[in-house]
Design a protein. Structure first.
Length: 476
């Protein structure tokens, strides 16, 4: 039997006996290699061994191949999935690929539900496997009918389908307990001292932790988590890293197994992914970058005899239009395109005492008008999860002209919450992007939201840009 295959998935073709030919692609799941991050260790002066578990060598390119197979085999055994059946699952992409691979081998149809935060190449990838993909908005609560959890539940009922439900399925962590954990123990000859991985469904971190703690209770298990995820004390949004973090606690969440949780920003996650890809020649995604950033923090203070293993869940090929696209990175304020950029404009404006203003969705229109009148501004972003503003989730904006028209038509509008009259969010520009771009964008918009590190930082208007340009011409 090849690599990580299950005994009940073995192909009984005697023509393959004695050959190195796998009976099917499913037999290639698991037994992924472990490689030392030599260049990153040198750059960060890490005293111990820092190694990466390369889950990218699974046929589906991620760690999710393992639980996909385990969940389908269990469903077949329990009579939940019958020949010719349909599988419905909400996914950020990787679990969908694993399920699609197993489904192709076993004759099932797949329907996957994704959020609009997911990179478009992931949607295209699932479609390439013949799956149907339904995309839902990310900026809604889990209980909202349009959330990808609720849509998946509805489609499961409508299609009379089997839903693996990776968030609650015990076979998810079981797959990693049976395969990933033992592999790590064997590959390090039992000398592993720290294991670092991101947590989403918590299948990987919990399954591996359970196995390794049984072998040696002193092994440290570290959860790498996006800032704002509930695992590290946030509300669950907003953050941009895909596939890790959550806005609720999945069934596999088992904090008694974890020794430490490290919150990592979107910026640190994405920049780490880009650096590992360029320095090590290992193309990893944002969630891999998040795990590496946390692992570097752990390994930097480890003992020389320690072995720190970080799990890389998937490849950076699924993030070429996001993490590895310079324009996308600059638009969210992760990169600077020039020296004299929007940051320079903001620095000059702050010197004049300008403060950031916003309203919450529950504030009344009257309160918004009073705030605009008192500070002499014409637009206000509408944000949730405030204060502080850096943790805000932008849900819309209000404009002085539009409010004037609404109040003129119906004076009672002033008592309504802002959420009922707000318009779409302001167009965004990164703090490191060129002022020339701001000029072009402000031709069609009264104001822009400035992003830094993926988070809202400030609002700039035509007046702000005009004042900056006037100052430049004066100093020039």
């Amino acid at each position: 039997m090849s690599r990580g295959a299950h005994a009940d998935d073995r192909v009984g073709d005697e023509r393959l006996w004695g050959t190195a030919i796998a009976g099917s692609v499913i037999e290639l799941f698991g037994h992924t290699p472990l490689v030392r991050l030599k260049r990153m260790s040198e750059i960060h002066a890490i005293p111990c061994v820092l190694a990466m578990k390369m889950e990218t060598t699974n046929p589906g390119g991620s760690a999710k191949d393992r639980p996909a197979l385990e969940m389908i085999i269990a469903a077949e055994r329990d009579g939940l999935l019958r020949p010719g059946g349909t599988i419905v699952e909400p996914t950020s992409g990787n679990t969908g690929v694993g399920l699609a691979i197993v489904a192709a081998q076993r004759g099932y149809t797949c329907v996957f539900v994704m959020t609009d935060k997911v990179a478009p190449e992931k949607v295209a990838l699932l479609k390439a496997y013949g799956a149907e993909v339904v995309v839902c908005p990310v900026a809604v609560a889990p209980e909202d009918p349009s959330s990808y959890y609720c849509v998946a539940e509805r489609l499961t009922l409508e299609r009379r389908a089997f839903r693996p439900n990776q968030y609650a399925n015990p076979n998810n962590p079981l797959a990693h307990y049976r395969t990933t954990g033992p592999e790590l123990w064997q590959q390090t000859a039992g000398r592993i001292t720290h294991f670092v991985a991101g947590a989403g469904t918590c299948g990987t971190i919990t399954g591996v932790a359970r196995y390794l703690k049984e072998q040696n209770p002193d092994i440290q298990i570290i959860v790498a988590d996006p800032e704002a995820s509930v695992f590290s004390g946030g509300s669950g949004r907003p953050y941009l890293v895909e596939g890790v973090g959550e806005d609720f606690f999945p069934a596999a969440w088992q904090p008694d197994l974890y020794d430490r949780i490290i919150a990592v920003s979107d910026e640190d996650s994405f920049l780490a992914a880009r650096r590992v890809s360029r320095e090590e020649g290992i193309l990893i995604g944002g969630s891999g970058g998040l795990a590496v950033a946390a692992a570097i923090e752990v390994a930097s203070t480890a003992e020389p005899t320690d072995i720190v293993v970080v799990l890389n869940p998937d490849s950076g090929r699924g993030y070429l239009s996001r993490v590895f696209d310079d324009h996308w990175m600059a638009n969210f304020g992760f990169l600077r395109e020039c020296d004299e950029c929007v940051a320079t404009l903001l620095a000059r404006r702050r010197a004049n005492g300008a403060d950031l203003l916003y309203v919450n969705p529950s504030n009344t229109v009257r309160e918004a008008i009073d705030l605009m009148r008192g500070h002499g501004v014409s637009q206000l972003p509408v944000c949730k999860n405030t204060p502080p503003f850096a943790n805000a989730e932008v849900s819309g904006a209000v404009d002085e002209l539009e409010l004037m028209n609404a109040v003129f038509r119906n004076p009672s509008v002033t008592e309504l919450p802002v959420s009922q009259v707000m318009g779409p969010p302001l167009p965004t520009i990164g703090i490191g992007q060129e002022v020339d771009l701001a000029v072009q964008m402000l031709v069609g918009a009264p104001a822009l939201m400035v992003l830094a590190g993926g988070r809202p930082l400030a609002v700039i208007t035509r007046t702000d840009v005009l004042s900056y340009l006037e100052g430049e011409s004066t100093h020039g």
